[in-house]
Design a protein around this ligand. Structure first.
Ligand code: MG
Length: 214
């Protein structure tokens, strides 16, 4: 795998290495065909995997995040990280850390950071995507907004990847799993094996049968 060594081990983030390797493999396939886009850059862990794959093909990764932290990353919440708190601005600011990682990983010529909410970034978007990775806020509102604003841009044959798929509420929040099911039951996607909590769907091309899930 062609990720600049010595970085991925210490980048902050919640992505399992096995999930990351699968992201890299799919990114390698998808970026041969067209642009890739991720929602939820945070500190750049998934960006490293996807961006390094895109770089192999001279492709591009758009990485969307408002960089103000999601609900559970605010002060006092479970995933608050004081190192990401910007005292100058009085709020979470993951953009400095993220830019630093892009530079260290030599991804400045491959990754386009979009520091905006996904709804705003989608407002004028008109480019089909070979890969869409949804890993932004995990509230129902955030997840459904990300899904509905972007899923229509996944081209036939393109991938829809969703992180934090938990099939039971005892394992974790259900919003990502709900849009996973929604996508499958739209009939537009076929299913690939889930890797840990990484759901992998591929938009069908003409003639392929859909996978449906109740
Ligand atoms: Mg996640």
């Amino acid at each position: 795998m062609k990720i600049k060594p010595g970085i991925i081990e210490w980048v902050k983030g919640f992505l399992d290495p096995e999930e990351g390797e699968r992201l890299y493999e799919i990114g390698l396939e998808a970026s041969r065909v067209g642009p890739c886009l991720e929602i939820g850059s945070y500190c750049g862990k998934s960006t490293l995997y996807l961006g390094s794959a895109c770089r192999e093909n001279g492709g591009v990764l758009y990485s969307v995040d408002h960089h103000r932290g999601s609900e559970e990353q605010q002060p006092g919440e479970l995933y608050f990280d004081p190192e990401l708190y910007d005292f100058q601005f009085g709020r979470i600011n993951s953009f400095r850390y993220f830019s630093f990682i892009l530079e260290k990983a030599e991804l400045l010529d491959t990754v386009v950071p979009i520091a905006a909410s996904s709804a705003l970034a989608a407002r004028g978007w008109a480019t089909s995507l070979s890969l869409l990775f949804i890993d932004g806020g995990h509230s129902y509102d955030a997840v459904f907004t990300d899904y509905s604003a972007w899923v229509g841009h996944v081209r036939p044959g393109g991938y829809l990847l969703i992180h934090d798929i938990f099939t039971s509420p005892s394992q974790g929040g259900q919003a990502p799993y709900q849009i996973y099911k929604l996508a499958l039951n739209s009939g537009l996607f076929k299913r690939h094996p889930t890797i840990k909590t990484l759901g992998i769907l591929q938009r069908r091309v003409g003639g392929e049968l859909p996978d449906l899930l109740s």
